[in-house]
Design a binder for this molecule. Sequence first.
Ligand code: F0G
Length: 351
Amino acid sequence: MSQRLGVIDRYREWLPVTERTPPVSLLEGSTPLLPSRTIGAALGLRRLYFKYEGLNPTGSFKDRGMVVAVAKAMEEGARVLVCASTGNTSASAAAYAASQRLRAIVVVPAGEIAMNKLSQALMYGAKVVALRGNFDGALAVVRELAATYPVALVNSVNPHRLEGQKTAAFEIVDALGDAPDYLVLPVGNAGNITAYWRGFKEYHAAGRCRVLPRMVGAQAEGAAPIVKGRVFKRPRTVASAIRIGNPASWEGATLARDESGGLIDAVTDTEILQAQIWLAASEGLFAEPASCAPLALLARLAREGRVEKDSTSVVVLTGSGLKDPDAALNNVEPPIELDGDARALAKVLKL
Ligand code: F0G
């Protein structure tokens, strides 16, 4: 059996690591690229894949960038990490800090993040501060904090985060033998779309792929600053991970979109929740609401005939559905409560 490697060991020569970079790893990355069994056919798409990032150690893609950011922060002598987060970044920062015996301070918008993400940060032992306001305000505060005090900022404005995250693009090419025609992903603070585009371009320049994908980004209608070209002061959506009104990597996202000939569009909360249940019930893949925004967008584009049938598409499922079950549970039937024996059970099941 081949040895499993974390992101730094697997893609060392593509990352800003040296002999002095500490060997940080929770065996992140190397996530499955699953061919669709149902949805692709239903949409008339011959080749549709899901990159299931929910199988990273803390349940989201954030671990790819966090491992590099934490290793580099340690190399530079940092002992305290800080980040603002809609939840997943804080879970990831807290886990890597715990594994390296660093302190983590995470600032989250009060009342706006999913309980399971909060529980992760708390269990990993981070100091959690719930700041009144939204994510954009929290990010501004931690940026100022890191500019003044000896703490390492590990949000995606830290360039090492994007370096680590670009490895997801490498994995897709390594698995498919080339880049897909469409790479479809959610856009919140816009670091990930920026990182993927960088990864594909680097592999392309090195002759590892012939195709450069069109980058297709999905925002939620109530939090669609890049789609609308304006800051959203009060971003609103069921997809709390991407409830962001003023993305830090705005320019990176528009560059990825424009250089690749792609697009960034918005989907409604209803479309997101429909896509979530479709994905779970027809493919066996439970992803959090933000992760389902790109599937909702791809479904719309396919129905409008805007995706060629013979193309290859990859939808990035950025976080596990277990992160935020509350958002999903309104759309399924509750369990049947029953007092009784096998006969009673057979009767309610109409067997
Ligand atoms: N999907 C999930 C599950 C996320 O947690 C995020 C971002 C995104 C998509 C969007 O990625 O910001 O690079 O455009 N979550 C951040 C956080 C903001 O704090 O966990 P992006």
